[in-house]
Design a protein around this ligand. Sequence first.
Ligand code: SAH
Length: 222
Amino acid sequence: MSHPLDGMGMTSTRTRVRMIERLREQGIRDEVVLAAMNAVPRHIFVDEALAIRAYEDTPLPIGSGQTISQPWVVARMSELARNGRELDGVLEIGTGCGYQTAVLAQLAKTVYTVERIGALVAKARRNLQRLKVANVRLKHGDGSADLGEDLAVDAIVVTAAATHVPQSLLKYLKPGGRMILPLASPTESGVQRLTVIEPTTKGLKEQTLDAVRFVPLLPGRV
Ligand code: SAH
């Protein structure tokens, strides 16, 4: 007997291929990231009513007033996190529905991810289980504060907009590691820019890149 999702599956395979072509046109060059984006079905992460729009390059609501990041942003942050190398551990702050988590899980041996909203932690856990993603450790907590964990990762990906670099997370970076985050621009009002932070012996090296739009990084756990 055919399943109602079968037709959807066919469509999503084709629309996902188009999404990858679009990401290439938008300047994503890392083939490992493009393969990861192709491997993760984005429609699983959004409500059924929105599944038809899952491969458009747009953020979509995921409940609790939050959004799933647009594909280009996920690809760009993953590319910056990878920086052409294999990743052992990655820490993600802001799991949301778990889409970027699933992409990062294709690129790293282990992904640690932290979400402050309990309802989204449950949603992400369901989504990742459904896709049999096994190399993720999910935590309900405040990723803008000390996590109380003993971690050493190659990259930290913050997927909510910060007004300043979350200093409490820098200790989790291995030497040579980098943090990618949307940071409120100090000069352009209302503008956030993807920023790469690399601790060096001379202090933090900061690279300011593309303008983006993220929900804010908020304190506390709900
Ligand atoms: N990575 C997600 C993006 C979700 S939106 C994706 O792939 O689509 C950003 C998420 O960050 C929201 O779910 C929000 O609740 C969460 N967030 C905001 N501040 C946070 C904090 N201090 N700690 C952990 N999560 C936070």
